[in-house]
Design a protein around this ligand. Structure first.
Ligand code: PGA
Length: 239
């Protein structure tokens, strides 16, 4: 795992954007795995600026999102469907047909998840996966547990995650209790992975990533088994 140490969240965003832009330059028809949450928003802003300056072309890019609340309507402004349009997709020339997000409106969650993994396979797998990390060490919505799922699946959110995400909702009770998430196995199939971590509240999770143990109670530690992970952290997350 390669570590890029940054001074602050702005630098983290710049480093991440550089890697994503590099991937797009090397392979204009890349399949990119996108993440939601506060951490990658700065990176997406830079990508939008680069697109507007004519430096990036999303026309052949395929996007797969890591996760989505379940159930949730697309039109809910807290859905990740809404988030990705708001923070990236509607500002660049990506083809909406190529933007894939687990469907929070699906009637049959298991069928949706199986279909999602099949589609990733059909598109040739993910070239570059962008990840954030939860305070509890989750990646996607793979929450700390004795067992971790490989495939995309429906999962119950932990209290810690509900609490952390309640900042986006009017009340904690409004946070969905479940989600659809790519599993650890699907994430690990990505050819390259970048993980962004900023802020003091990520210190514990980052520390676990940098020590020598695999621990299903810190799901991100599974990334130690991947051969091409870049961890991009600011000083607060590292100290
Ligand atoms: P955050 O979320 O970027 O909003 O901190 C990260 C995550 O929960 O994976």
């Amino acid at each position: 795992m390669r570590l890029i140490k940054c001074k602050n969240p702005d630098e983290v965003s710049k480093e991440a954007a550089k890697i994503i832009a590099g991937q797009m330059a090397l392979k204009p028809d890349s399949t990119i795995g996108f993440a939601t949450g506060s951490t990658p928003v700065g990176t997406y802003k830079i990508l939008i600026d680069m697109y507007k300056n004519g430096e990036l072309d999303f026309s052949k890019i395929t996007a797969f999102n890591l996760d989505e609340y379940y159930p949730i309507e697309h039109k809910n402004d807290q859905s990740y469907y809404y988030f990705m349009r708001d923070n990236l997709f509607s500002h660049v020339n990506i083809d909406p047909e190529n933007c894939h997000i687990p469907n929070g409106e699906a009637k049959d969650a298991d069928a949706e998840c199986a279909e999602y993994d099949k589609l990733i396979q059909e598109k040739g797998g993910i070239d570059l996966q962008i990840l954030g990390i939860g305070q509890n060490g989750h990646i996607g919505f793979n929450e700390p547990d004795e067992n971790l799922f490989c495939a995309t699946h429906k999962t119950k959110l932990t209290d810690n995650t509900i609490e952390a995400n309640s900042r986006f909702f009017a009340t904690k009770e409004e946070v969905p209790t479940h989600a659809l998430t790519m599993g650890i196995g699907e994430i690990m199939k990505a050819r390259r992975i970048i993980l962004l971590a900023t802020g003091k509240n990520k210190q514990q999770a980052v520390k676990a990533l940098l020590n020598d143990y695999l621990n299903t109670n810190v799901p991100a530690t599974m990334l130690k088994l991947h051969s091409d992970v870049v961890l991009i952290c600011d000083e607060d997350a590292l100290s």
